[in-house]
Design a binder for this molecule. Sequence first.
Ligand SMILES: NC(=O)N[C@@H](O)C(=O)O
Ligand code: NI
Length: 168
Amino acid sequence: MTNMLNVITPKPLTKDTFSAFGDVIEASEQVKSFSINDGFTQRYHDLAKVDVSDNNGHPLISIFRSTPLEQPIAIRMMERHPLGSQAFIPMGENPYLVVVAPAGDFNINNIEVFIAQANQGVNYHKGTWHHFCLALGSISDFLVVDRGGDGDNCDVLKLEGSLVIAKS
Ligand SMILES: NC(=O)N[C@@H](O)C(=O)O
Ligand code: NI
């Protein structure tokens, strides 16, 4: 049986369309903000649910320096973190791709692909299936907030790669 290639076109990342998978970390008009520091700072407050305490977990703050994959990108893996959330906040000017599927039993037909802008971070909720970090354009740094501690916090699935992301 030939492997028909299914090409999926990324859609813009928005708070609402991403809500089934996690949070969007963005200083947008949609989120609550208030003035602090004598009016010199606007605080965009409580943007994402950091969920890292299961099984005596603790928060980790790391930097991921990601090299873009050659396009078109074939989706050959998905992973999930059953014990905690994982947030990616871009530190540069490049957009990036976010590939997700709902937590629970994995179904390739449920994969959704978003293109995120440099002013948008994402926070995968605990158990959300996702592809590893997909930089676009050039090597990109991401601030990552996720869970450290005991227990295996990474389930990985290998896919045959018949789902390809349209060039972005
Ligand atoms: N393995 C690792 O720390 N990174 C992945 O979880 C990822 O989502 O990039
Ligand atoms: Ni991950």
